[in-house]
Design a protein around this ligand. Structure first.
Ligand SMILES: *Cc1c(COP(=O)(O)O)cnc(C)c1O
Length: 437
């Protein structure tokens, strides 16, 4: 399969090149040049397949032309050593729990898949030169990518995160790893981190001296595998005869997750419509209302993995629907919530249904429960375990009894190892030139 850039001013590239480059040379995002639909027979019996088996079929549709079947199967099964169950919150509303991976958030899927795919390509090429993965994080990406790549030969990961703007638990999950993972604490916001990474990819001197790639949700290897769990949601609901008129609500920041859902729909997955739930960073919400896309600096909220002022993957949504506002607003509706509203719904759902949401999932739950109409079935993506946001969640429910899962408790024991850096590109560049190989 070939991949084109959303800016369409550079030639198409192979999967390997798209994954290695991350961002196209014209700053566009890579898109697969065709979307292979899955056959009707697949959907007829999908409920008999496991999450891993379903994902393998979906992976074949994307990557089957580029990777031999046996290798791809191994990649998928190695990536998905955990499940993503649907759990009822109450009548008609189900939570798709995407937090059963190593860092307890949905980004584990893409992070692990990308690490394995890049490792696979390097092995094929017998590559001796180190590949440097640059990743900007507002909290969860860093841990998912760092843990996905930990110990992978020939690859060094640099995680850039905004100083003081990620929770202690999030920070510990990528700053304590050591080995081939270096964390850079940037005196700035997430948008500054993202800008530093994007600028690095366009810097001629860096490009000539180092092999750089990105592991943000812009990378097709992180982005496309996120389609897997939409199929799984459908299958698990179909097992119970609940798959009709399915509405899916997605807590959204950079919009990678939701865009992967749109791909799933285009592959034939019967999703009736999507709901994009934002926090106060409501750029896409406003676009859906007005047709105007106006990026702004991000503001920090209690759903901090969605604090994004210029969502990268929006370019993919525009491309997918030929820049038509009418088409885009026919497949999705937007909602946005203040911190106060997020707190309120989190507490209400905990009290009424004894289900503990995290602040991100809470946005999606709220939008879904507000918008679902009679005859529809709703599922929202619960993107992180509430214990990843212990302080926030405990303050909301007024009790200190959110148990820390074993996996998180282990991270908390580690020592923070990070390198401070200003938000000036020259500082970051100097560091890379000194440190990276
Ligand atoms: C990254 C993240 C999101 C937002 O996902 P996007 O793909 O960037 O829209 C939502 N919730 C959590 C917990 C996240 O880590």
């Amino acid at each position: 399969m070939q991949y084109y850039s959303t800016n369409k001013s550079v030639p198409e590239v192979s999967l390997q090149e798209a994954v290695t480059k991350g961002l196209a040379d014209d700053k566009g995002l890579f898109m697969p040049d065709h979307i292979n639909p899955l056959p009707a027979s697949f959907f007829e019996t999908i409920e008999q397949l496991s999450f891993q088996e379903i994902s393998f079929e979906v992976a074949k549709a994307f990557f089957g032309e580029d990777i031999p079947e046996a290798d791809l199967k191994q990649l998928v099964f190695d990536t998905l050593q955990f499940d993503c169950p649907v759990v009822p919150v109450h009548d008609k509303i189900y939570s798709l729990e995407l937090f059963h991976g190593p860092t307890l958030a949905f980004k584990d899927v893409g992070g692990r898949f990308m690490a394995r795919l890049l490792g696979y390509f390097l092995k094929q090429k017998n590559n001796r030169k180190q590949v440097n993965v640059l990743v900007a994080t507002s909290g969860d990406t860093g841990s998912a990518v760092a843990n996905g790549f930990l110990g992978v030969d020939g690859i060094h990961v640099y995680v850039l995160y905004p100083k003081g703007l990620v929770s202690e638990i999030q920070e510990k999950q990528f700053t304590t790893l050591g080995q081939n993972i270096t964390s850079i604490e940037v005196d700035g916001t997430f948008d500054d981190c993202q800008r530093l990474v994007k600028t690095a990819f366009l810097d001629e001197e860096l490009k000539s001296k180092l092999t750089l790639t990105s592991a943000n949700s812009i990378n097709v290897a992180r982005f496309l595998p996120q389609a897997f769990y939409y199929f799984n949601a459908y299958a698990r609901l179909k097992e119970q005869g609940l798959q009709d008129e399915l509405v899916v609500a997605v807590p959204s920041g950079n919009f990678g997750n939701l865009t992967a859902g749109l791909f799933a729909q285009q592959m034939g997955l019967p999703i009736k419509r999507f709901i994009a739930a934002n926090n106060e960073n409501d750029i896409v919400y406003k676009y859906l209302q007005s047709g105007q896309y106006e990026p702004r600096p991000s503001v920090s909220t209690i759903a901090n993995a969605m604090d994004v002022g210029d969502p990268s993957n929006f370019a993919r949504i525009l491309d997918l629907y030929g820049h038509s506002h009418a088409k885009i607003s026919s497949v999705m509706k937007g909602f946005r919530y203040s911190d106060e509203q997020i707190k309120e719904v989190l507490l209400q759902v905990y009290k009424e249904y004894n289900y503990l949401l995290d602040p991100h999932g809470a946005c999606a739950y709220k939008a879904l429960s507000t918008d679902l109409v009679a005859g529809e079935m709703g599922v929202f993506l619960e993107t992180a375990h509430p214990a990843k946001f212990t302080e926030t969640v405990e303050a909301i429910i007024g009790q200190g009894n959110v148990p820390l899962p074993e996996k998180l408790a282990e991270f908390m024991k580690g020592e923070k190892l990070s390198v401070p850096c200003s938000k000036a590109f020259d500082d970051f560049k100097g560091f890379l030139l000194r440190e990276a190989k």
